[in-house]
Every structure is written in structure tokens, then in C-alpha cells.
Design a binder for this molecule. Structure first.
Ligand SMILES: Cc1cc2nc3c(=O)[nH]c(=O)nc-3n(C[C@H](O)[C@H](O)[C@H](O)COP(=O)(O)O)c2cc1C
Length: 237
């Protein structure tokens, strides 16, 4: 198995570079302090990410990507997503939810939800989420729940924070582009470090188990044959 530095991808789902970009930067900085971990931040602001239309061309053709739209998601973001070992999603809270921009991004990940990434181990990706609200209790929890669920639906393992950050990092920006939120900052740093350590440990574990663990195992199946059978049962190609 290819051995390389674990990569943590940070995705800022705000339509502008403001408080969510700052929050994501703090979390990625903490992640980068874990020895050997690399990080990269992408900002969705101003990028073309077409809405999934549910045409199911990816499914019917058995592809792990959308064959229809050649936009910024396809060109820039999808390769980064496929190649990362951990992912940190950050969004401003919009109407107590993540932004539509981030949801577009997450919906476009759908075809990669199996375990057919180039490295074959997509089921072992780790993740965590960040919600930045203008109010102290403006829906950070509901936004985090939506983001966590979307990550899980693409096979990512969402880390839990216990008393340190519960279901993700919740930040209060007071509607400013920057923020002064010591509790939120603590949560951002703990989340970033935990996702980085978890990704590093998983990668080391996969290397130790080389030859003993398959892509089918990582997707939850005993064998390739059993996974193929499950795909037929679920109507997947
Ligand atoms: C359309 C819209 C809806 C918003 N809805 C909420 C909300 O439900 N709860 C909340 O706390 N803040 C809400 N806000 C405020 C933003 O979450 C907050 O200002 C955030 O820090 C913006 O992040 P940014 O600087 O990265 O864009 C909303 C802002 C906009 C523009």
C-alpha cells in the first residue's frame, strides 16, 4: 500500500472569506501540528459547483464521479476529496443549517460514497465539522448535525468530541468576519487535532495490516463477493 503523509482537507462552505474561513484555519493549524500531517484549505466562495440534478448517470454507469458537470468541483475539488485521509467541513450557520453552497458540494460527493476511490479505502476517511453562527445559540447544533450526517452518508467516519467538542466545533462570530470566542477556539483546535490523529492512526493501521484488509472490509463487508452481492440487492451497479 502506498505510504504517504496523511492529508487533511479543509472545506470552507461560506460564500465569502470571513469568520468560517478563520475558524477553519485555526482547526487546520492545530491539525498540522500533529507530526507528519499535511493540510490544505479550499474555499468554495466564487467557485462553480453545479447542483446535483439526481439524473443518476453516475450510478447507472457505475462511476465514482459525476460524468455530467465539468465545473470547479470536478476539476479542483473532487481529486482533493478522493485523495484526502481526513476532512474538516466549516460552514456559517444559514437559517440554522449549513450553506446551500456547502450542501451542493456534499451532494456532489455522492458517487464516491462507495469504497471505489483510487486508493480503494474511502470507507476509512475521518472527518469533523465546524459551524459558525452569528448568534450564541443560532443553530450551530442543527448545522453540525446536517454536516455530520452528510459526511456519514459518503462513508466518512465522524469523530466525536465528548465533553471537549461534543458533535463538532460550535463558534460564535457575533456576525463579524473575525471572532473572539475562546471556547469556540478550544473546540476548533481539539477537533482539528483529533481528526488529524485519527487519520494518522488509521493510515498506520492500514499499513500494518497490508494484505489482511481489503477495500470491501473497509466498506463493512467480509469479501469482494459479498459486497458485490449487497450492491445487487440494493439496486446499485
Ligand atoms: C442568509 C443568512 C442566514 C443566517 N442565518 C443564521 C442563523 O440561522 N443563525 C445564526 O446564528 N447566524 C445566522 N447568520 C449569520 C452567519 O452565520 C454569521 O454571520 C457567520 O459568522 C458568517 O460567516 P462568514 O463570515 O464565514 O460568512 C446568517 C447569515 C446569513 C447571510
Amino acid at each position: 500500500m502506498e505510504h504517504r503523509k496523511p492529508l487533511i482537507l479543509g472545506v470552507n462552505g461560506s460564500p465569502r472569506r470571513g469568520a468560517a474561513a478563520k475558524a477553519l484555519g485555526i482547526s487546520l493549524e492545530a491539525a498540522a501540528q500533529v507530526p507528519g500531517v499535511e493540510t490544505v484549505q479550499i474555499d468554495l466562495a466564487g467557485k462553480e459547483i453545479r447542483c446535483c440534478t439526481g439524473c443518476n448517470a453516475c450510478r447507472t454507469r457505475g462511476l465514482d464521479h459525476c460524468p455530467v458537470f465539468q465545473d470547479d468541483f470536478a476539476a479542483e475539488f473532487f481529486p482533493l476529496y478522493l485523495g484526502c485521509d481526513g476532512i474538516l467541513l466549516a460552514s456559517p450557520v444559514y437559517s440554522m443549517n449549513p450553506t446551500g453552497l456547502l450542501m451542493n458540494f456534499l451532494n456532489r460527493m455522492r458517487p464516491a460514497g462507495g469504497s471505489r476511490s483510487p486508493r480503494g479505502m474511502a470507507g476509512m476517511r475521518m472527518g469533523g465539522c465546524i459551524a459558525v453562527g452569528g448568534r450564541r445559540n443560532g443553530g450551530q447544533d442543527t448545522a453540525l448535525a446536517a454536516m455530520n450526517a452528510a459526511l456519514q452518508s459518503t462513508g466518512t467516519n465522524v469523530v466525536g468530541g465528548g465533553v471537549y467538542f461534543y458533535n463538532g466545533a460550535a463558534v460564535w462570530s457575533q456576525n463579524e468576519r473575525a471572532f473572539d470566542d475562546p471556547t469556540g477556539t478550544l473546540e476548533l483546535e481539539a477537533l482539528g487535532r483529533k481528526v488529524a490523529w485519527a487519520a494518522k492512526i488509521v493510515q498506520a493501521g492500514l499499513a500494518c495490516l497490508e494484505g489482511q484488509v481489503s477495500a470491501a472490509n473497509c466498506a463493512g463487508f467480509a469479501s469482494q463477493e459479498q459486497m458485490a452481492q449487497a450492491r445487487r440487492q440494493l439496486g446499485l451497479t
